[in-house]
Design a protein around this ligand. Structure first.
Ligand SMILES: [Zn+2]
Length: 146
């Protein structure tokens, strides 16, 4: 299935229109900061998106309050999906930037019920660069946080 890509600016992107009730959606949950709805492209039955209500392009544009709200809504939705669909696993996926796999440029979290042999995959090219390199990586990140 081809990817759906939306790089529209604030207010006119598909999720902003959805939040405004301007396009139909199968709504699951909403509160002041978030809304949750069925993904049109169901990876597995029960696949929900949890989006920020405000147009924030990605993780870096969310406020700390929106970050917390998205995670709380995601947990609430995931619990309900677990009860409703009883999958044997659950994957939460959040993508930022084209190379990060983002296709709709309005922040959203995928809540994906998982089953053995469901065909969902993530290529994870694990590397072990060693202790000194890890220490250097950590030092760089700590410096950026200071
Ligand atoms: Zn938007």
């Amino acid at each position: 299935m081809p990817e759906f890509v939306d790089t529209s600016p604030p207010g006119v992107c598909i999720f902003c229109k959805l939040a405004a009730g301007e396009v139909p959606a199968a709504l699951v949950y909403q509160d002041a900061l978030t809304l949750a709805f069925m993904d049109l492209g169901q990876v597995t039955p029960g696949h929900v998106l949890v989006a920020s209500r405000r147009h924030a392009v990605d993780l870096f544009e969310l406020t700390p309050e929106e970050c917390a709200a998205v995670m709380q809504s995601s947990q609430r939705v995931a619990r309900a999906v677990q009860a409703a669909f009883q999958p044997s696993g659950m994957t939460l996926l959040q993508a930022n930037g084209r190379s990060g796999g983002q296709t709709v440029f309005h922040f959203h979290m995928h809540v994906v019920p998982r089953h053995e042999g469901d065909g969902v995959g993530l290529i994870w090219p694990r590397q072990e660069p060693g202790h000194e390199v890890l220490q250097d990586y950590a030092r760089r990140i700590r410096a950026a946080m200071a």
